[in-house]
Design a protein around this ligand. Structure first.
Ligand SMILES: CC(C)(COP(=O)(O)OP(=O)(O)OC[C@H]1O[C@@H](n2cnc3c(N)ncnc32)[C@H](O)[C@@H]1OP(=O)(O)O)[C@@H](O)C(=O)NCCC(=O)NCCS
Length: 171
């Protein structure tokens, strides 16, 4: 039986680098390492910080993704085709999410999205403003989400509308 993906417990295996060329996971690893050194003493943090900022620039250029070093993203994020992904630094993304290419999680000038755990976001989708996306939701390719999506909901279209809500327990 297929294992259900948790919306609360990060599955770090999803971020493990596979093979020699894995730019999306390299970018995530750089972000994770940068956030991990925040607790270090000042001098080593500064030196490691310079190196990781450069590395982050390198992988950002390679991937064409704009995921800030201080992004608030839960563990287990998957970005299999990272090109064009843009995430606002204040947006919250829960564990075990999946973002396809050209996804924007951004501001509408009034606020930024809060995305639950295990949310799959289709290619080209835009999630804009202070909306809340429930755990286990699915956002269709090219959707423009400007209203909340419930837990287990599937939203498609421009502007996005909820077409189904999965009957499933939170977990
Ligand atoms: C949203 C999604 C998850 C829904 O999948 P699903 O539950 O199997 O839904 P269905 O294919 O049964 O479609 C249900 C309805 O939504 C519509 N729909 C599905 N995806 C849509 C989309 N992205 N935009 C607009 N409408 C969409 C279908 O036309 C159908 O409408 P109908 O009931 O009027 O016929 C899926 O269509 C999707 O967009 N996934 C993203 C995949 C992706 O980005 N892949 C990138 C790989 S590189």
């Amino acid at each position: 039986m297929k294992q259900a993906i948790s919306s609360t417990e990060p599955d770090w295996r999803r971020e493990q680098i596979r093979g020699y060329w894995d730019p999306g996971r390299q970018l995530l690893r750089t972000i994770r390492r940068y956030q991990a050194i925040r607790e270090w003493p000042a001098l080593p943090r500064k030196l490691a910080g310079y190196y990781l900022v450069l590395l982050h620039r390198f992988w950002s250029v390679v991937t064409g993704a704009d995921i800030p070093l201080n992004a608030k993203i839960g563990g287990g994020l998957m970005i299999p085709h990272p090109n064009g992904i843009v995430i606002h630094p204040d947006a919250d993304i829960g564990p075990n999410c999946l973002l396809f290419q050209q996804v924007t999680v951004g501001s509408d000038g009034k606020g930024v999205p809060s995305i639950g755990g295990h949310v799959d976001i289709g290619a080209g989708a835009r999630i804009l403003g202070p909306v809340s996306i429930g755990a286990h939701a699915r956002i269709g390719a090219n959707a423009v989400v400007i209203r909340d999506v419930p837990i287990g909901g599937t939203a498609v279209g421009v502007p996005a509308r909820v077409i189904t809500v999965m009957d499933r327990q939170e977990g």
